[in-house]
Design a protein around this ligand. Structure first.
Ligand code: UT7
Length: 325
């Protein structure tokens, strides 16, 4: 008997209730609603409460994804969580989510860090492990509390990011021909200081550096457009799919101008792209699963549709996934 495809069985998300508007940020740093909106497309972002952690947000998104899949925590035997803002250096935040949701002890639980491409790295890893037949249902989560790694005096970064979580349950396809078709991951070996958190790690060279995001925005912008365009083209070509067959592209939500540039190069109208950067800003590893969940809820993704996920992040990592919904 042929092995069934691995498909998205459910999705979920969680966003903190606190909304931080551009107007409010302009009281913290020298900026304006007009600058942020025209340069990035961001109107507002969510900020987690002081006591609310990445694991809390991840568990809420995971619970919603389980409900949407019609599965219970006992059905999950693999938890992969993508984040660059884990609750603790160890144990993995995936283990904290396992405890919060009551996922059984036979489940493998671990984190991955590929920055904003993290969810796609987690997805590809889960796909491989599920396809091996040794695991049946995976909970794959992207969650970030980026507000804890922002320099609220640096206007070039603090206006861009927000907190959120998105999740998906993957398992054997329930409908014929639905499931993951292909993935493509990579990492451009560029200098780390294009986009990094210099302090807080084990490098003795950076012991005194701050644990906040620093970025050379202009350079990252150019690389991001090229990397996401290239990975989209590669994956479409590899699977003999033309761009206009894609019903919905769910891109990493870093900057509306980046998404518009990709649409231009792929010769696709913007209405094929799901965009929520205006409401959440850049939520790194949470960005793609949050947008995917919303796109599905909004009826922008329907059974049988071809969906393309694309992302890039610090590293500079990049990734894409082609899915028959
Ligand atoms: O997930 C991966 C993450 N990163 C990204 O995807 C980010 C990629 N980069 C970007 O999205 C854009 O480069 C930014 C939004 C970060 C910046 O936009 P830009 O159009 O590339 O602006 P810029 O860096 O060239 O700055 C233009 C001007 C500068 O002033 P001068 O030198 O022209 O006088 C900046 O100092 O805008 C100034 N500026 C600001 N002004 C008001 C930079 N940040 C701000 C700000 N408010 N928040």
């Amino acid at each position: 008997m042929a092995t069934p495809s691995i498909a998205f069985l459910g999705t979920g998300s969680y966003t903190p209730t606190r909304i931080l508007s551009n107007q409010e940020i302009s009281q913290l740093v020298e900026t304006s609603d007009e600058w942020i909106l025209t340069r990035t497309g961001i109107r507002e972002r969510r900020i987690a409460a002081g006591t609310e952690t990445t694991a809390d947000m991840a568990a809420a998104a995971g619970k919603a994804a389980l409900e949407s899949a019609g599965l219970s925590p006992g059905d999950i035997d693999l938890v992969i969580l993508a984040t660059l803002t884990p609750d603790l250096p160890m144990p993995a935040t995936a283990c904290l989510v396992q405890q919060r949701l009551g996922i059984p002890s036979r489940a493998a639980c671990f984190d991955v860090n590929a920055a904003c491409t993290g969810f796609l790295y987690a997805l590809d890893t889960a796909w491989g492990m599920l396809s091996s037949g040794r695991y049946r249902h995976a909970l794959v989560i992207g969650a970030e509390k980026l507000s804890t790694v922002l320099d609220w005096k640096d206007r070039t970064t603090c206006v861009l990011f927000g907190d959120a979580a998105g999740a998906a349950v993957l398992g054997p396809a329930r409908r014929e021909s639905s499931g993951l078709i292909g993935t493509r991951l990579g990492s451009l070996p560029l200098p780390a200081d294009l986009l990094w958190v210099p302090g807080g790690g084990s490098s003795p060279a950076n012991l005194d550096d701050p644990r906040v995001i620093r970025m050379k925005g202009k350079e990252v912008f150019k690389v991001a457009v090229r990397a996401m365009e290239d990975v989209a083209r590669d994956i479409l070509e590899q699977h003999h799919v033309s761009a206009d067959q894609i019903a919905c592209v769910v891109p990493h939500q870093a900057n509306l101008r980046i998404i518009e540039a990709i649409a231009h190069y792929l010769k696709l109208p913007m209405d094929r792209f799901y965009v929520n950067v205006d409401r959440y800003g850049n939520t790194s590893a949470a960005s793609v699963p949050l947008a995917l969940h919303e796109a599905q809820q909004a009826g922008r993704i329907r059974p049988g549709d071809l969906v393309l996920l694309v992302a890039f992040g610090a590293g500079l990592t990049y990734g894409g996934a082609l899915v028959r919904w």
